[in-house]
Design a binder for this molecule. Structure first.
Ligand SMILES: [Zn+2]
Ligand SMILES: [Zn+2]
Length: 146
């Protein structure tokens, strides 16, 4: 019965309590890092970070599972970048923007230089200041001969 007594002593010892505390501590740390991770991930995807952090805080692993199923599939930054790209292409199509002949970036139609590669795109009219094509010989806006 001495072994049994030893085991009993172990469970009543400070070491055992320490192990239990350490175990609980680890669980709490993992739990809180889940909450933090969810908060950050939800915000990056344009979802409500605080709401989802609360869900994970309350429901723990189950909440995390729900979040992983329901979260938006794309980062908000990617969505915004794609929308900007589509918008730039549409401006190009409607004639409001042009391709820079040097670097190919999409720039506004009336830019005097390309903001990406600094290539000269237009000359300002000396009289009215409107952007003129480099090969024009007269300003079509104010009829100034160049
Ligand atoms: Zn350029
Ligand atoms: Zn002019």
């Amino acid at each position: 019965m001495e072994v049994f007594q030893d085991i009993l002593n172990f469970f009543q010892s400070g070491t055992f309590r320490f192990i239990i505390l350490l175990f609980l501590y680890c669980i709490v740390v993992i739990w809180l890092s889940f909450v933090y991770w969810t908060y950050r991930d939800a915000n990056q995807r344009g979802a409500n970070g605080i709401l989802w952090a609360l869900v994970v805080l309350i429901l723990n692993f189950f909440g995390l599972l729900i979040y992983l199923i329901l979260r938006p599939s794309e980062y908000i930054q990617d969505v915004m970048e794609r929308e900007l790209e589509i918008e730039a292409k549409e401006r190009l199509k409607s004639g409001q923007a042009i391709d820079c002949p040097a670097c190919g970036n999409i720039v506004e139609k009336d830019f005097l230089v390309c903001p990406y590669c600094r290539k000269k795109l237009k000359n300002p009219c000396p009289k009215c200041g409107k952007p003129l094509q480099l090969n024009w010989s007269i300003c079509p806006y104010c009829k100034t001969v160049l």
